[in-house]
Design a protein around this ligand. Structure first.
Ligand code: 0X9
Ligand code: CA
Ligand code: CA
Ligand code: ZN
Length: 267
């Protein structure tokens, strides 16, 4: 439907491209996962408003370039709420909808972790990056390759729900695979476990939940060696109402990830 996908940059001297590690946080790939949008807004508010008050925030703003995309799927998320009645909508708004988190180009459609039926909730689209949303973010991430070096070093893709910290790969239950050594896997597990100790989520390889292909974290790592995690936020379980917690939980359930966000920025 042509809505813009906003991206914000937070850093000292933000108008300049400085030689500082870049980190990307993105939210709301899935339309109904509105708590994640609030998560990205909290990151934005914290790393701006708290600059004077919080030493860790100041250090990260001074020494990193922080990119935040609060909504990857603005058409879908607007559709989910615009009638005044929640639609339980997951995908984008292209025809019957493409599941953006099955449309990324690493091992797209390889392994039974997505659907070729346009009516499916996990429809992968007619080809990789057929969705304007994934194509736009692919182009942005590709544009951060400067002199052959990817500037973005780490990423969290926020979802709801199940209270999980997940790392690649999603398309296979193998730890070591094409583009993933045991040493690399072990670092994912170590940092994922460390982050999970701060928010009380369960740390696991993505494929331990279920196999997905065409997921964002597989692409971030597989194509760019970006240290990429996916978080499933509050609640830990439920039905469709799990996507629509009351607004009273926003502060507590987004604050819950402050330390994990700090840890990834440090790493
Ligand atoms: O299915 C997804 O895209 C994510 N879960 S959600 O309920 N938010 O839709 C999980 C993606 C993580 N990757 C794998 N489980 N392989
Ligand atoms: Ca800077
Ligand atoms: Ca830079
Ligand atoms: Zn999701």
């Amino acid at each position: 439907e042509g809505r813009d996908i906003p991206v914000l940059k937070i850093s000292d001297n933000a108008a300049k491209d400085e030689n500082e590690p870049e980190v990307l946080f993105n939210c709301n790939q899935h339309a109904r996962e509105h708590l994640t949008t609030a998560m990205c807004l909290r990151i934005i508010n914290r790393y701006t408003d708290q600059y004077q008050n919080d030493e860790q925030v100041k250090k990260m703003v001074d020494e990193r370039e922080i990119w935040v995309i609060p909504t990857v799927n603005p058409d879908g998320s607007e559709f989910d709420v615009e009638s005044g009645e929640y639609q339980g909508w997951r995908k984008n708004r292209q025809d019957t909808g493409t599941d953006l988190n099955r449309n990324w180009g690493h091992k797209w459609g390889c392994c039974g972790g997505s659907d070729d039926d346009p009516n499916s909730e996990t429809y992968r689209g007619p080809e990789k990056f057929s969705a304007p949303e994934t194509a736009a973010i692919r182009d942005f991430v590709n544009s951060r390759v400067i002199d052959g070096q990817q500037q973005i070093k780490a990423n969290i893709d926020f979802h709801t729900y199940s209270e999980l910290v997940m790392w690649p790969m999603g398309y296979t239950t193998d730890e070591v695979t094409e583009g993933m050594t045991q040493e690399e896997y072990d670092r994912f597990e170590a940092v994922g476990t460390k982050m999970a100790e701060t928010n009380g989520y369960t740390p696991q390889q993505s494929s331990a939940l279920y196999i997905t292909d065409g997921g964002i974290s597989d692409w971030m790592w597989g194509e760019h060696k970006i240290f990429a995690f996916a978080f499933e936020m509050y609640p830990s379980s439920g039905g469709v109402e799990g996507f629509y917690p009351p607004d009273e939980v926003i502060e507590e359930e987004t604050k819950r990830n402050d330390q994990a966000v700090n840890i990834l920025l440090e790493e």
